[in-house]
Design a protein around this ligand. Structure first.
Ligand code: NBG
Length: 904
């Protein structure tokens, strides 16, 4: 048996190596001697040419400099080895003879980064020479995941690095494990931003991401005393080898102070001056973002806060030396910590200051770059720059860009507004009232007095237009105002964003429908053309190729090509093979291999032994009431009780029909969200009871995998059979893990919500298990109690009784259980429970027929092209940004010495 497993392992390892060979085409390599010919004419050296000087001596110096810079770094195995050991010794100052995985990981990363940097510099220079329109993606969150394998694959250097490391006594896999996930985001919104960056680079769009370099990422979750415990996630502990600090990129950001009207003595014009306040220094850190098999390399610029170096000299002279320095040092913590904001309002003053700090530094940077070209007039900005606001978190960009244009650039209001409005666009990611950002007006006034003035003026002009269009409708005016007349007054960031942007998009059809029909209905009536839908997508190269090499190998083998990696539509051809027994065998083996890997991971992280032949039923995402992990665990408890009663009644035929199952949960609860934390406790309590009950044998196991993040997702998703996306209809804007699971040959059990509905259209009703009330029904149920079932489903009542009775341990879960009562059931857990159990039964029945199940998973996977972030980015480019790709092509080796021109 064990030798059979060894053989299987070896076969899989071979298959994985094969796919990597396919994906590292030699044709793409740059090798030593490849001149950076494209840039020969407009090179760094020419930039030295401040004043035209034809002196022979200067020419010679420039020629020398050019020769030193003009070739790309070599990428043969020996050169890679040299670069790695040099970085160990000279960059990191460690001993290269000592076996030290951490140093070798870092040195390898820096060696890869060197190769990215040259492509990145050239791409930027190339794009400037084309004067192409740039996209700037502003997001307070990114979940980048590990970068090592991704960057190597993009460069088509994975095999060479693997070989180089192998000869030095390291495996690429073990070094990969040394990389820590930068936890700069909290959930789907941040991961989406990262998928977008990858697709933007791969599709050759000149686009930069901007964000904050939080010192502490989203907390590290551990399970202590059967509950979630939060620990600081100091992801920078060992340094982050992918970033480049930019002490040359610094901006001052002012907050607080007061505004004053000043009359220009010459023109009589009233100008507003913002005085006093505190300055914080923003410094950029750049992370190159490579595209897959293209030279184009974009940038992610993250800001960190620093003390500004402008001291109050008076304090020094008064002998207050230390006090003056301490005062300045206090600005450092601004970017220390990420507030988890996934559908929870953090309500922190610091968060508003972070948002403004981020936006101000970013806009100053964008304007500086734009103005570098002498031909660029400010009025032309919307033709050259597109700014995308990821949620309202960066919405303060609207008044900040106005301020920069009015106060610093001296434009008039109309011109400034024209520019802002046509440059910015806003993506909405939630309709949940508690997640819509509103800030107390007094707080905005205190931190950003100048911006509040601008917001008032925007609101004034906007409401005048509303009054003109709907005379005699004061309720409408009140509803649409940016300022909510509550006590204290509040500033509604979503309204500000809608008014200030030329496009607003939702992230799935049903979600955009809700924006237009309910949440932003007034605005939709006013500007229907402003609203567009762009259904989310995910980067299939990370989620299939990188996370699931075994599946990628099977796909490439059966398609005879790996062109699907560039165009997911090519997978369609797998559908006709879905019943082919040999293909099915390969596919099933692949799934088993991934499940075994996941089982090992579960053993390591949860100390629970699970059987890879059981159905792996997975529910992983942030823990939230609307995502209904609670409903899932109640269903698990029901399954357990049912197995026990079948045992007690000795109904062996029925027992034989029970599908053995491993139920896998993972996800973080916001530290201050006690209901979500109670749900985790309940999951752990029920899991402990079930896992230690020897009577049920291997029929049911439940695990909660701690500290869910991108890397953990890369292990879990490929190993799943069924995955649950069961949010209350109307609450999950889109969901993106649903797409990742389908791409990995896992079937969905889903509610009629978000992108589930579009996935259903793509994969076909027979290949997805849908259940529960739809958006409209939920609406009715929420507003009219009379439609609610007066009593709990009998099965649910039984489960809740058992929970209350202490069957799952002494902790009281009464308040959770009370939330199920029809009058409290905001998330329709009680209401949907019956149809949920039925959907589970249908999925069990399907799993009992392996061939049919396999065919379903193949068809699902092959139907996913719509959900690639490549499609999504093309839609943004066309519908919102109006930008074209510009590919910086590899220099042609054969013509490199003769063609000294700029034509790609
Ligand atoms: C989340 C939604 C998800 C959606 C992602 C990405 C926020 C505010 N929203 O449903 O809840 O998939 O955004 O669009 O985090």
């Amino acid at each position: 048996m064990s030798s059979a497993i060894d053989m299987e392992e070896r076969a899989k390892a071979r298959i994985e190596a094969e796919v990597q060979n396919l994906l590292d085409p030699d044709a793409f390599q740059l090798s030593e001697g490849n001149e950076k010919v494209l840039l020969r004419q407009k090179s760094y050296i020419d930039e030295l040419e401040m004043d035209v000087d034809e002196e022979q001596e200067l020419k010679e110096k420039k020629e020398k400099l050019w020769k030193l810079l003009c070739t790309y770094l070599p990428c043969d195995v020996l050169s890679l080895q040299k670069s790695i050991v040099q970085h160990v010794e000279y960059t990191l100052a460690r001993r290269r003879y000592k076996r030290d995985k951490c140093s070798f990981y870092q040195a390898t990363a820096i060696s890869v980064r060197d190769r990215l940097i040259e492509r990145w510099t050239d791409t930027q220079q190339y794009l400037s020479s084309k004067d192409s329109k740039r996209v700037y993606y502003l997001s307070l969150e990114y979940l980048l995941g590990r970068n090592l394998q991704n960057a190597m694959s993009c460069l088509a250097l994975r095999n060479r690095y693997a070989a180089a490391l192998e000869e030095l006594g390291y495996s690429l896999e073990e070094l990969t494990e040394e990389e820590r996930d930068p936890g700069l985001g909290s959930g789907g919104l941040g991961r989406l931003a990262s998928c977008f960056l990858d697709s933007l680079a791969t599709l050759n769009f000149g686009a930069w991401g901007y964000g904050l370099r939080y010192k502490f990422g989203l907390f590290e979750q551990r399970l202590i005393s059967k509950a979630q415990a939060e620990f600081p996630d100091f992801w920078l502990k060992e340094g982050y080898p992918w970033e480049v600090e930019r002490p040359d990129v610094q901006y001052l950001v002012r907050m607080y102070g007061e505004v004053e009207d000043r009359v220009d003595p010459e023109t009589g014009e009233v100008k507003v001056a913002w005085k006093g306040g505190e300055d914080v220094l923003a410094e950029g850190f750049d992370i190159p973002v490579p595209g897959f098999h293209t030279l184009n390399t974009n940038n992610l610029r993250l800001w960190t806060s620093k003390a500004s170096c402008e001291f109050d000299l008076g304090s020094f002279n008064d002998g207050q030396y230390y006090a003056a320095i301490e005062e300045k040092e206090r600005s450092e913590p601004l970017t220390s910590v990420l507030y988890p904001c996934d559908n929870n309002a953090p309500g922190k003053e610091l968060r508003l200051r972070q948002q403004y700090f981020f936006v101000s530094a970013t806009l100053q940077d964008i304007l500086r770059r734009y103005k570098k070209s002498p031909s660029h007039g400010l009025l032309d900005l919307p033709n050259k720059v597109a700014i995308q606001l990821n949620e309202t978190h960066p919405a303060i960009a609207i008044p900040e860009l106005m301020r920069l244009l009015l106060d610093d650039e001296n434009l008039c209001w109309q011109d400034a507004w024209h520019i802002v409005h046509n440059t910015c666009a806003y993506t909405n990611h939630t309709v949940m009232p508690e997640a819509l950002e509103i800030w107390p007006l007094p707080l905005v006034e205190q931190i950003l007095p100048r911006h509040l003035r601008i917001i008032y003026e925007i609101n004034h002009q906007f409401l005048s237009e509303v009054r003109r269009r709907w005379p005699g409708d004061p309720q409408r005016v009140a509803r649409m105002s940016i300022i909510e007349e509550s006590e204290p007054k509040m500033v509604k960031m979503a309204h500000l964003a809608i008014i200030g942007c030329h496009k607003v998009n939702g992230v799935a059809q049903v979600h955009t429908g809700l924006l237009c029909k309910s949440l932003f209905r007034d605005f939709y009536e006013m500007w229907p053309e402003k609203f567009v839908n762009i259904t989310n997508g995910v980067n299939h190269r990370r989620w299939m190729l990188q996370a699931n090499p075994a599946m990628s190998a099977v796909i490439s083998k059966w398609l005879g090509t790996h062109d699907w990696v560039h165009d997911l539509g090519r997978l369609e051809r797998l559908k006709e093979l879905s019943s082919n027994p040999e293909f099915q065998r390969d596919w099933q083996e692949m799934k088993r291999y991934n499940k075994r890997k996941l089982a090992e991971f579960i053993e390591r992280t949860c100390d629970v032994d699970v059987d890879a032949d059981a159905m792996f039923d997975v529910h992983v995402k942030r823990i939230h009431e609307y995502k209904r992990q609670f409903m899932n665990i109640l269903g698990v408890a029901y399954r357990y009780l049912r197995i026990l009663s079948l045992l007690a009644e000795e109904k062996f035929d029925e027992l034989r029909q029970v599908v053995p199952k491993v139920v896998i949960f993972a996800g973080k609860a916001a530290p201050n969200y006690s209901v979500a934390k109670d749900v985790i406790k309940l999951i752990i309590a029920i899991a402990d009871t079930i896992n230690s009950d020897t009577r049920i044998g291997g029929l049911l196991k439940v695990v909660f995998i701690p500290n869910y993040n991108v890397s953990v997702a890369e292990v879990i998703i490929p190993g799943s059979d069924l995955s649950q996306h069961i949010s209350t209809a109307g609450f999950e804007a889109s969901g993106t893990s649903n797409m990742k699971f389908c791409m990995n040959g896992s079937l969905l059990l889903g509610s009629r919500d978000g992108a589930n509905l579009e996935i259903e259209q793509s994969v076909g009703r027979a290949n997805i298990f849908m259940f529960g009330a739809n958006t409209k029904e939920v609406r009715t149920l929420q507003t009219t109690m009379q439609y609610r079932k007066p009593q709990l489903d009998g099965r649910l009542a039984h489960v809740t009784q058992e929970i209350r009775s202490g069957r799952f341990g002494p902790t009281s879960f009464d308040s959770l259980v009370d939330s199920l009562l029809p009058e409290n059931d905001r998330y329709m857990v009680g209401h949907d429970f019956g149809s949920y159990l039925e959907a589970l039964e249908v999925s069990d029945a399907a799993f009992r027929k392996p061939e049919e199940w396999t065919a379903k998973t193949i068809v699902s996977c092959a139907s996913m092209s719509r959900f690639s972030s490549d499609r999504c980015i093309r839609e943004y480019a066309e519908k919102i940004w109006n930008v074209e790709p510009h590919q910086f092509r590899p220099p042609n080796k054969n013509t490199s010495s003769s063609s000294n021109n700029n034509n790609p």
